[in-house]
Ligand binder design. Structure first.
Ligand code: MRU
Length: 368
């Protein structure tokens, strides 16, 4: 999407790859909205750490990063012995898969790559193919988000006020975003749309990332405290909710997303407001049967007990907010059951969450 750099506007992807240097290139998202910087990760362990430390975050973006990381790790292997190469590849896969547990996109992306290279006989052929596949995953992520925009824009009436939670925008993908795709498409189509961005404590992806990217695209928006949504709904100021997801269970339609999503879904139901979830196909988990089996990441308490921002001198710093002796709990995601969800916006169209399993043939699920 577009980024304003001084007087210029440049088009930029969230995740990229430098073939010559065998490096993964990422927007350093922890510095946004105050600084725009691209970082280069030179080996797969640094790439995995960038996922863990949230230099890059968001399901699709970490999916593409893991795909490139897997190719990067394979390309770093020296030699031609297939047995050693396979063991090395498994190690790379494990390190990247464990970088963050809740989003399924990294594992889906890497498993698909491993299946696709299985028949290749030489190390060199596998290394070359892995990079092509990572590139394809990244390109398809963009295509999926664009298709979500086409289907989802029809849900947005002229003058609509849309609530979104966290950042499922282009920063959470390679480009375009999932929850933001219908908004960008409606805006580009000339509809007036106003977005309410939940600030999304503790890391404030809504206030810092969604608000920043909407501003870059010129979409009118307002940042609200997480606990203001119910009041706005009661006042009739929200027409529609669109969120993203880190993992949708294909068998039952349950949706894991940033902590606080469930609360918004309950509120939307209470107020009769449509609640949509926008996802590319890589976010569907066809194997896990029950919501209780989704691994929910528990992050460090410091994120809850304080916050990062710019101090009076413009230096990025952390300030303690909570009582000095108190501890915090920091579950990063929650799960919204299917009955609270109006529809899932996919690149293949909009489905009821309970319809996903029956439609698995169209949605890239297991056949048979
Ligand atoms: O912890 P994050 O920032 O990686 O969380 C991911 C998210 O931004 C949200 O849960 C988002 O709504 C889904 S990711 C497309």
């Amino acid at each position: 999407m577009n980024v304003k750099r001084g007087s210029r506007t440049v088009h930029c992807r969230t995740v990229g790859f430098d073939v010559e240097r065998n490096a993964v290139r990422l927007i350093e998202q922890r510095l946004l909205p105050h600084q725009f910087r691209i970082v280069s990760l030179r080996d797969y362990r640094s790439t995995a750490k960038a996922i863990t430390d949230m230099i890059v975050r968001g399901a699709g973006a970490i999916g593409a990063t893991a795909a490139y990381g897997l190719a990067q790790g394979m390309r770093a292997f020296e030699g031609s012995g297939m047995k050693a190469f396979k063991a090395h590849t498994q190690e790379v896969f494990t390190v990247l898969a464990e970088a963050r547990p809740t989003a399924v996109d990294p594992v889906n992306a890497m498993r698909w790559m491993l299946l696709e290279i299985e028949g290749l006989r030489t190390v060199a052929a596998r290394q070359a193919r892995a990079l092509e596949l990572a590139q394809r995953f990244a390109d398809e992520d963009v295509e999926h988000c664009e298709a979500i925009g086409v289907h989802g824009a029809a849900l947005i009436a002229d003058g609509a006020r849309v609530l979104t939670h966290c950042n499922a925008g282009w920063l959470a993908f390679v480009d375009v975003g999932s929850a933001t795709a219908p908004i960008y498409a409606a805006h580009a189509g000339g509809k007036r749309v106003h977005v309410y961005c939940d600030e999304t404590r503790p890391r404030c992806q809504g206030a810092s990332l969604t608000a920043w990217e909407l501003a870059q695209q010129g979409v009118p928006h307002t940042v609200i405290p997480d606990n203001a949504a119910g009041w706005l709904m009661q006042q009739g100021k929200i027409d529609l909710v669109i969120v993203g997801s880190d993992r949708v269970l294909g068998r039952c339609g349950a949706v894991a997303n940033k902590i606080g999503t469930y609360t918004k879904a309950v509120l939307a139901k209470r107020h009769g407001i449509p609640f949509f979830v926008a996802i590319p196909l890589s976010t569907i988990d066809w194997h896990t049967a029950a919501a209780a089996d989704i691994p929910i990441e528990e992050r460090h308490e410091s994120e809850v007990l304080g916050a990062w921002g710019l101090d009076a001198r413009g230096k990025r710093s952390y300030v303690r907010i909570a009582n000095p002796d108190s501890h915090g709990a920091n579950p990063a995601f929650d799960v919204t059951p299917a009955e609270l969800i109006t529809g899932i916006i996919t690149p293949e169209g909009i489905f009821k969450p309970e319809e996903l399993w029956a439609e698995r043939g169209r949605l890239g699920g297991p056949v048979g």
